[in-house]
Design a protein. Structure first.
Length: 365
């Protein structure tokens, strides 16, 4: 029996790892062990509950307003004993969070092989997204198995000199999750509030956008909402207190936007599928919204998801207030511009990435 330990700690990692956990649990020759770092708490638990995943280990490291040193040192400190106790044949990590990077480092120190899910995404700007670009490049130095979501991600890894025999193009496991979330008969009081108005879906949290860039985004959004009587926005806000303060300052008294607590992934996908357009700095939402044919204005300077930009459904608008205002207005007022972006595209696979990864591990481990 091969022991595979999956380690993750934030909401997006959980959304993308839970389908894989549930797939691996079906495989007889594999013992699946789940360790969460608890880098997120409420937002992580919300996902675990939806997928019925109960962790075997929980490092519970989250602190309010934690910085990168806090996350790094707490995980490194606590995970050593678990790796030494479990002695997994492979440790699977996801993407580019600090949980992923630090777990990979701990695996290197304890000589546990690493498998990297969602490998090979790049901007090649080490400060954007920050610290994620460093995290994922660093993980690639260590990883023994690289599960790339797309051919482009595979190309990045090959260009960096990774051995081709370690790279598998599987699609993204988020599409696996999406196969079961969006339903026809869906109701939510917030959607009732939006009624027949055009609903704009908003999220924002990136560390490099905290401070002035985030205030710029909120100001632009407010100006546009004030100028359009048939538009309302729903913004499930991240739990980061810095984000909450900025949103409260800039949007707190705006009646055209509902700022609500984080919604679960089932609700989130159903909101995305029903919105008019989305404004976000999130990574995962750039993968999800295009497949519902919803244009996305990406409020960042770089993206590691160029597939959606090439397809025309993502537009990188940066964090300048006037530029966000200009593009948001354009998509509301100019039907042709909207139509150019509003078509369904899904470059991230067929929803069977978890099965592929499990098959590969069964064969190769
Ligand atoms: C982290 C990841 C980022 C990922 C994002 C997804 C790093 C460095 N950053 O950023 O790559 O895109 O998660 O959302 O790994 N908080 C809570 N409850 C929660 C979650 C967060 O209260 O359930 C608050 C805490 O005060 C916490 C703060 O949010 O200190 C920031 O969380 P943190 O994980 O440090 O950073 P994120 O911006 O969430
Ligand atoms: N999401 C969610 N509830 C919310 C906001 C987002 O379930 O209130 C989901 C969303 O569908 C996507 C993921 O969380 O799958 C994105 O997470 P986030 O934006 O926190 O992180 P990123 O993808 O930027 O790393």
């Amino acid at each position: 029996m091969k022991k595979i330990m999956l380690v993750f700690g934030t909401r997006p990692e959980a959304i993308k790892m839970c389908p894989l956990i549930n797939e691996l649990k079906k495989r007889e020759g594999i013992k699946t062990i789940v360790c969460v770092t608890g880098q997120h708490r409420e937002m992580l638990d919300q996902v675990l509950k939806i997928f019925h995943v109960i962790p075997d280990y929980d490092l519970s490291i989250m602190k309010q307003g934690q910085n990168l040193f806090d996350i790094t040192t707490s995980i490194l400190d606590k995970i050593k004993a678990i790796l030494e106790e479990v002695k997994p044949n492979l440790c699977l990590i996801h993407g580019d969070t600090s949980t992923a990077f630090v777990t990979a480092l701990a695996c290197f120190y304890t000589q546990v092989p690493v498998g990297h899910v969602e490998a090979g995404l790049r901007t090649y700007n080490i400060y954007s997204p920050y610290p994620e670009e460093f995290n994922r490049q660093a993980v690639s130095i260590i990883s023994r198995f690289n599960f790339a979501p797309t051919e482009l991600a595979k190309k990045h890894l090959l260009d960096e000199g990774k051995d081709a025999s370690t790279i598998y193009v599987t699609g993204n496991t988020v599409i696996d999750a999406m196969r079961h979330t969006v339903v026809d008969n869906y109701h939510h009081p917030e959607l009732d509030w939006a009624g027949s108005d055009r609903m704009i879906f908003i999220t924002a949290h990136r560390r490099e956008n905290l401070g002035q860039p985030m205030r710029n985004m909120f100001r632009a959004i407010r100006r546009v909402l004030d100028e359009h009587s048939d538009v309302k926005a729903i913004y499930p806000i991240h739990m980061n207190p810095v984000v909450r303060r900025a949103a409260d300052d800039e949007l707190g008294d705006c009646t055209k936007i509902h700022i609500i607590e984080p919604i679960d992934v089932f609700d989130c996908h159903n909101f995305e599928a029903r919105c008019f357009l989305c404004l976000t700095d999130s990574g995962g939402i750039q993968e999800e919204c295009p497949s519902y044919g919803k244009p996305v204005l990406v409020m960042r300077d770089t993206t590691e998801r160029p597939e959606g930009m090439e397809a025309g459904t993502l537009k990188l608008v940066g964090t300048n207030e006037d530029k966000i205002y200009e593009w948001f207005t354009k998509l509301l007022d100019d039907e042709k511009e909207y139509a150019k972006m509003a078509h369904a595209v899904n470059p991230y696979g067929d929803g069977h990435a978890s099965e592929r990864i499990a098959d590969i591990l069964e064969e190769k481990l």
